[in-house]
Write a protein that binds this ligand. Structure first.
Ligand code: 4AD
Ligand code: MG
Length: 476
C-alpha cells in the first residue's frame, strides 16, 4: 500500500495511528530537546508538523543517543525526507501533527555551498517573482507556485467537466500546421532546413526540400480544424498549446500558451456568449469550492478581495455592450487615455480596463467590432461594416476570451479572404465546409493562463505557467 499524501494525513483524526510522511522540509526549528520540521509534499498548501522529542530519560546524552539523531542532524530547509511516527492531536493551530520516531534523509539540500554544490537557493521565506523565474525548476516548491500549479490542475479538469457534461467532444488539433488560423502572420516557422541545405538559393529557402515539402508553422489556434469537426460531431472543444510570435513584452502575453476552444454547430452569437459566460462561472465556482485553501493564500498574499470578486462574478450577469456603444462611452472619458478612442480603432488595454472597471464594474462582453480589426472568418453583419465578434473582458486583465459566429456563406467568406490577401486555394479545405452542408456555427477561445491570472490575482502571466516562453525568454 502507498503511504498517504500530506493532504490526506491532515484530514485524519489524531488517533495515534502509525504512518509515514514523504516530502521536502520547509522549515526547521530547534528547542533544547525538541525539533520541529514542517514538511510539505505539494499535495496541498499546508505542511505537516513533525516533532522529534528526546527520550524521556532526558539530558543531552540521551538526545544524542536517539536512533534518528544522526539523520536529523543532516536536515536543512529543502531536504527530502521520509518520517515515521504517530499521528496525534496538536496543541497548536494545526489539528494534527506527527510525533516522529524515525527519519530517513533521501536528499540533502545544503544551506551553504560545499563540494562544488551551491547552497540551496530557496532559503528565505519570501523571494521576488523575478528571482524565482530564474530558478523555475525549483519554484514549484514555494507556497505561491505550488498554489498556482494546483489551481491550474483543478481548472484544467473543470474545463473538461464543463464541456463533457454538455455533450462536447474533446478534439486534438495539430500543433504543426501549414495554415495561419488568425490570418495575423505572427507564426513560428517549423523547418529542418538550414542555410547549408544543398539547393537552397542564398536569398531564400527551397521549401519543397523541407521536411513537409512546404512551409510549416506552429499553430496559433486550433479553430479552423475544430470547425471541420464541429461540422461533423456538432459540438467539439480543443485544449492544447498555442504559439504566437508576437513581440509583445507585456504581463498578459506569452509566446507559448494553452487555449481552450469550443466550436458549436447550429449556434449563433447569442448562444456563444451564453456558453462563454456559463463556462467562466463554472470555472470560478470550481475554484471557490475546491481550491479554497489556495485562494485564501492568494487573498492574503497576492490580491486582496479576490475570492469575493470571484463569488460576485459567479452570481451576476455579465454586461453586454456593442463596440459602437463602447467607443461612445470611451469618447466621453476621452481625456483620460494615452490612445484616443475612435470608431475603427482596436481597444487598447487602458480602454478595456475602463470598460470593465469604470463602466460595468465587472466582466463585459463587447460585440460587433469593425471587420477590419477582426479575423477573416467572422460572420459579417448586414451593415457591411461590423462582424459578429465577441470579446469577454474582465477587470485587471482585459480580454480573457475572444470568439465569434463564423461566416457560413461561401461567397462572403471567399470575398473576405481575398480582401485580406489570403490565398483561397490554400484554404480550399476550409471553404469546403461552406460548399458542403454548411451550417451556422460559433466558437471562442479562452487563454488558459489569462484565466489562471484572473483567478489567482497573479500580476504576471509568466508566473502562472511552469516554464514561460516569451520574447527573449526560453530558459530551461
Ligand atoms: O482572441 P484570440 O486571438 O482568438 C483566437 O485565437 C480564436 N481562434 C479563438 C476562437 O474563436 N476559437 O485568442 C483567444 C484568447 C484570448 O482572448 C486570450 O485569452 C488568449 O487567447 N491569448 C493569449 N494568451 C496569452 N498570450 C498570448 N500571446 C495570447 N494571445 C491570445
Ligand atoms: Mg482576441
Amino acid at each position: 500500500m502507498t503511504d498517504p499524501l500530506i493532504k490526506e494525513i491532515l484530514a485524519l483524526p489524531g488517533d495515534g495511528r502509525e504512518l509515514r510522511v514523504h516530502g521536502w522540509v520547509r522549515t526547521r526549528r530547534d528547542l533544547k530537546n525538541l525539533s520541529f520540521l514542517e514538511v510539505n509534499d505539494g499535495s496541498c498548501l499546508r505542511s505537516v508538523q513533525c516533532v522529534f522529542a528526546a527520550p524521556p530519560a532526558g539530558g543531552d546524552p540521551a538526545w544524542e543517543a536517539a536512533p534518528w539523531a544522526a539523520a536529523l542532524a543532516r536536515v536543512t530547509t529543502g531536504a527530502a525526507v521520509v518520517i515515521s511516527g504517530r499521528l496525534t492531536a496538536s496543541g497548536g493551530s494545526q489539528t494534527v501533527e506527527i510525533a516522529a520516531d524515525g527519519i530517513t534523509v533521501l536528499g540533502e539540500a545544503p544551506a551553504e555551498a560545499s563540494g562544488g554544490i551551491p547552497a540551496y537557493p530557496l532559503q528565505k521565506k519570501r523571494h521576488s517573482f523575478e528571482f524565482l523565474r530564474e530558478i523555475a525548476h525549483l519554484r514549484a516548491r514555494t507556497n505561491t507556485f505550488g498554489a498556482v500549479a494546483r489551481v491550474r490542475n483543478r481548472l484544467a479538469f473543470a474545463a473538461h467537466e464543463f464541456f463533457q457534461k454538455r455533450g462536447y467532444q474533446y478534439l486534438n488539433t495539430p500543433v504543426i500546421t501549414a495554415s495561419d488560423a488568425e490570418g495575423a502572420g505572427a507564426m513560428f516557422q517549423v523547418t529542418t532546413l538550414d542555410s547549408g541545405t544543398p539547393g537552397s538559393p542564398p536569398d531564400g529557402m527551397d521549401y519543397t526540400k523541407d521536411f513537409f515539402g512546404k512551409k510549416t508553422f506552429l499553430t496559433v489556434s486550433g479553430q479552423l480544424e475544430a470547425e471541420t469537426y464541429a461540422a461533423a460531431l456538432s459540438r467539439v472543444y480543443t485544449f492544447g498549446p498555442t504559439f504566437r510570435a508576437e513581440n509583445s513584452n507585456t504581463t498578459r502575453h506569452l509566446a507559448e500558451f494553452w487555449m481552450i476552444e469550443p466550436e458549436t454547430a447550429f449556434m449563433d452569437l447569442d448562444g456563444n456568449m451564453d456558453l462563454a459566460e456559463d463556462f467562466l462561472k463554472f470555472l470560478f465556482t470550481a475554484a471557490l469550492n475546491d481550491c479554497a485553501e489556495d485562494l485564501a493564500f492568494f487573498e492574503a498574499h497576492i490580491e486582496k478581495g479576490i475570492t469575493e470578486t470571484l463569488r460576485l462574478v459567479a452570481e451576476s450577469r455579465f454586461t453586454h455592450i456593442t463596440y459602437t456603444d463602447a467607443i461612445k462611452e470611451l469618447e466621453k472619458a476621452g481625456a483620460a487615455f494615452d490612445y484616443r478612442p475612435s470608431w475603427g480603432c482596436d481597444l487598447q488595454s487602458e480602454h478595456e480596463k475602463y470598460l470593465t472597471e469604470k463602466t460595468a464594474g465587472g466582466p463585459v462582453i463587447v460585440t460587433g467590432y469593425p471587420k477590419e480589426i477582426k479575423a477573416f472568418y467572422m460572420k459579417q453583419n448586414d451593415d457591411g461594416k461590423t462582424v459578429r465578434a465577441m470579446d469577454v473582458l474582465v477587470p485587471r486583465l482585459g480580454e480573457i476570451i475572444g470568439g465569434s459566429e463564423r461566416e457560413d456563406n461561401l461567397d462572403r467568406l471567399t470575398e473576405r479572404m481575398r480582401e485580406t490577401g489570403m490565398d483561397t486555394e490554400h484554404y480550399s479545405w476550409y471553404l469546403d465546409l461552406r460548399r458542403y452542408g454548411t451550417v451556422p456555427h460559433a466558437g471562442f477561445g479562452m487563454g488558459f493562463e489569462r484565466l489562471i491570472q484572473y483567478v489567482t490575482g497573479m500580476a504576471n502571466i509568466r508566473d502562472v505557467i511552469p516554464y514561460p516562453r516569451a520574447a527573449g525568454q526560453a530558459d530551461f
